[in-house]
Design a protein around this ligand. Structure first.
Ligand code: NI
Length: 162
């Protein structure tokens, strides 16, 4: 396991479309472990492989609730319902937050870290996180869809007081 370097705002790779994973082999499993470790070290809620410089369709999410982290390979949104206006940030945009509109509920299909087909239903924060991470796989980042005038820059000192 290893902490990987997170690509930051301005890095052109964040605009690229990630490719599907063909086989869930040891290399992919290692990448997933590293993504989880990197996300946890940064106290992030989600991370897409492109954010560690790998253009593969893999996302990890941890809401730090009672559920284990979610790993999804080749995730596809099969249904979404409703809307929520929420504050959002991203590990590739440190200290930046803005309001965005996300689906209130979402259903996603994909493979888990063992290559098994899974379906995940999320609402509220999980729906937001799934939509955010799947956007990354298509080369999109949250600042593209932020509600104008809502961008906030929170300094690290303020953040620790939160
Ligand atoms: Ni992000």
């Amino acid at each position: 396991m290893a902490i990987r370097n997170i690509r930051q705002e301005g890095d052109e790779i964040l605009k690229k479309v990630s490719r599907e994973v063909d086989v869930v082999d040891d290399k992919i499993k290692e990448l997933i472990k590293d993504m989880l470790e990197t996300m946890h070290q940064q106290n992030g809620v989600g991370l897409a492989a492109v954010q560690v410089g790998i253009l593969k369709r893999i996302i990890v999410i941890d809401l730090y609730d009672d559920n284990p982290p979610i790993v999804l390979i080749n995730p596809v949104i099969i249904e979404q319902k409703g809307e929520q206006t929420v504050e959002e940030g991203c590990l590739s945009f440190p200290n930046k937050y803005a309001q965005v509109v996300r689906p209130k509920e979402i259903q996603v299909e994909g493979l888990n870290e063992n290559g098994k087909k899974v379906k995940i239903k999320g609402k509220d924060l999980l729906a937001q996180a799934l939509a955010h991470e799947i956007d990354h796989l298509n080369g999109h980042v949250f600042v593209e869809i932020m509600i104008p005038g809502t961008l906030e820059y929170v300094t690290p000192e303020e953040e620790t007081k939160k």
